[in-house]
Design a protein around this ligand. Structure first.
Ligand code: CA
Length: 223
């Protein structure tokens, strides 16, 4: 569960929508007070905290979270329209894990969220399902769905798709894909990656187009 504290409704809804369409559970909250109420019910894996809030501001909320033993370990990403270095330093001094300035690209945003969760060791719990549009990778079940339709993949195709989706929006080199999916001691050629991407695209049908070839580098999904 990710809590997003943001007083501007449009931004709050956009962030929650973006998180949910990437397979996270997220809840939008308007104030520090609402955040504290939700904390009583469920502790989140991550808090996204706007700095400019009416009443208690984001930095005050952050220091409150960091002052309590119960909430101290919850990672926090500060989200703000204020790009001033001063805010950035303040946020990080108070113990924020990262800082993102509005307006931001959604792909970058999701990549930052994943990076913070990964560092906090919470990624596994959050990442049972990876999703782009109707394309869904269910990690525990080892299953890929497009809408209701089940797609049968080989183990390597599955691992390849999973890795690309975990790094959504980021160009992955053939060497990196080869290393991750086949193992760094694998003695094959990078062409192996191309062959598997080709069969993966075929099996995904119209969704195969989402895997983009980045010439001379490698592949990217959801770029
Ligand atoms: Ca605000």
């Amino acid at each position: 569960m990710i809590y997003c504290v943001e007083d501007e409704r449009n931004i709050r809804e956009l962030i929650v929508y973006t998180l949910e369409s990437s397979g996270f559970h997220a809840k939008g909250l308007e104030s520090g007070q609402e955040l504290m109420q939700e904390m009583e019910k469920e502790l989140p894996d991550l808090v996204l905290l706007d700095i400019m809030l009416p009443g208690e501001d984001g930095l005050e909320i952050l220091s409150r979270l960091k002052a309590s033993e119960v909430t101290r370990e919850i990672p926090v990403i500060m989200v703000t329209a204020k790009g001033a270095e001063y805010d950035k330093v303040m946020g990080l001094d108070y113990g924020a894990d990262d800082y993102i300035t509005k307006p931001f690209g959604m792909m970058e945003f999701i990549a930052r969220v994943r990076a913070v969760l990964r560092r906090a060791g919470k990624e596994d719990r959050e990442q049972d399902v990876l999703q782009i549009g109707d394309l869904q990778v269910q990690i525990k079940q080892h299953q890929v769905l497009i809408g209701d339709r089940k797609i049968t993949l080989t183990l390597k195709e599955f691992e390849l798709l999973k890795y690309l989706m975990e790094n959504q929006g980021i160009v992955m080199s053939r060497d990196r894909l080869l290393g991750h999916v086949w193992g760094y001691d694998f003695d094959g050629e990078t062409r192996t990656v191309d062959v598997h991407i080709r069969t993966l695209r075929q099996k995904l049908g119209s969704y195969g187009d989402m895997i983009e070839t980045v010439r001379g580098v490698g592949y990217r999904i959801g770029g």
